[in-house]
Design a protein around this ligand. Sequence first.
Ligand code: DX5
Ligand code: ZN
Length: 213
Amino acid sequence: MPLKICPSMLSANPTRLGQELMDVEKAGADAIHWDIMDGNFVEAITFGSNVVSAHRKLTTLRFDVHLMVREPDRHLENFSAAGADVIIVHLEACDHLHRTLSRIKNLGKKSGIALNPATPIDSVKYCPDILDMVLIMAVNPGSSGQTFIESSVKKISELKQTVPASVEICLDGGITAETIKKCTGADSFVSGAHIFGSENYSSAIGTLKTNYR
Ligand code: DX5
Ligand code: ZN
């Protein structure tokens, strides 16, 4: 699987999201990561499906919608209709994970499971046919710019022994030019502060790609 760098719109300048999206696309982004927070599963509130939908016409890049919300089933149809390509739900927020992943697949979308730093990978192995991505959180969900939690790294090798090679393993949170070097085996990376906090998006993305190899 070719390496993907996925800028998180959470760290973009909120007064000019569309321009920021087009700038990271020009700078070499491989997908766009939307962090959806409900003020309940996590404290913050971020984007609704109308915001995702409004940006859909600006790019053909893959839209990864990371639902940090309770009762994610209530929102699957809206984000699907808004143009999500991958819908990622938190294991910790799903009472019926297998059913939720099946619903995402039935909407014609790719499905992902996000795991908080303290959550073991075990449940993932029981959903092989309906799972396209595992999002390993390397920070506690809720905000950008946090410090990378080192113990997350061992989940990469654990997952590689557990899920088929076709399942994308993505790291989310605290990814910098230094921490990415520790993440051997991952297929994709979400990056907020490192990219949007830099002067030059193209060199920020380029550094991540160079340092990972
Ligand atoms: C955390 C989000 C992440 C985060 C990434 O709740 O899921 O996507 O914003 O931002 P950085 O790269 O700044 O940790
Ligand atoms: Zn995220």
